[in-house]
Design a protein around this ligand. Structure first.
Ligand SMILES: [Ca+2]
Length: 242
């Protein structure tokens, strides 16, 4: 995957989080439309909130950072985007503590230890291609807050927020589904912008469409999230230019 390809996917997920808001949260028809909007084209324009107010969009990033490098780029881009106000980063899928450790080190380097981290439900996994980068980093040394119960932290963040949060989902839906089981009302008190399941062209050398990664890793979790009354935007998983 090229850098431009990665950048396009990351921009797609994050720029979609600032799309014009629907008038209400409850009872909306889910939009499972493709959305690609170049964030750079919006530079200089005031950020848009669901409420119509001008200010940073409050988001939760749910990520399986630690596999391919794209989620690392996404987190850094989020931190460098003044139009987004990150209230929580939760990890999902596989070794979620390893993923949280990567998040913690990145946040510490970025001097953003004010952002809490939530460790999602763990699953058996041996794939840790970025482990060397955190080999000497102790998660317990993170000066900010690390929630061992990441699903619970997501629920608490959504339910306590005075305005709807946007969950930017760039991994399998394991943690979000766990939060939904814990508190179904989060589906009507937040919205989701996700990269999941929308592939318009085959990846790499494939000659036909293949199952999208974030879908196939945890199909039941995705089904549970899709069945809930969420205001949801699904971004394209392939850039328009590819
Ligand atoms: Ca991901």
């Amino acid at each position: 995957m090229t850098v431009n390809c990665l950048r396009g996917r990351v921009l797609a997920a994050l720029s979609a989080a600032c799309l014009p808001a629907a008038p209400s949260l409850a009872g909306q028809t889910r939009r499972e439309a493709s959305v690609l909007q170049d964030a750079e084209s919006r530079k200089g324009a005031p950020p848009r909130q669901r409420t119509g107010s001008v200010g940073p969009l409050r988001v939760i990033l749910d990520t399986d950072i630690g596999g391919d490098i794209d989620d690392t780029w996404a987190l850094v881009m989020l931190l460098k985007s003044p139009e987004l106000d990150c209230r929580l980063v939760t990890t999902c899928s596989g070794d979620t503590t390893y993923r949280a450790t990567l998040v913690a080190r990145l946040l510490e380097i970025a001097k953003r230890t004010d952002i809490p981290i939530g460790i999602g439900p763990a699953q058996k996994s041996d794939r840790r291609p970025q482990a060397e980068w955190v080999r000497d980093y102790d998660l317990s040394s993170f000066p900010g807050t690390v929630h061992a119960d990441g699903a619970g932290a997501l629920v608490a963040a959504v339910m306590s927020s005075p305005e709807p949060l946007t969950i930017v989902a760039i991994g399998p839906f394991t943690t979000i589904a766990a939060a939904l089981r814990r508190e179904p009302r989060i589906a009507t008190r937040s919205r989701i912008v996700a990269m999941a399941g929308n592939i318009t062209k085959p990846f790499g050398d494939a000659t036909k469409a293949i199952p999208e990664f974030n879908v196939k890793i945890d199909v039941s979790a995705l089904r549970a999230v899709f069945a809930a009354p969420w205001d949801m935007t699904i971004t394209r998983s392939t850039p328009a230019a590819s």
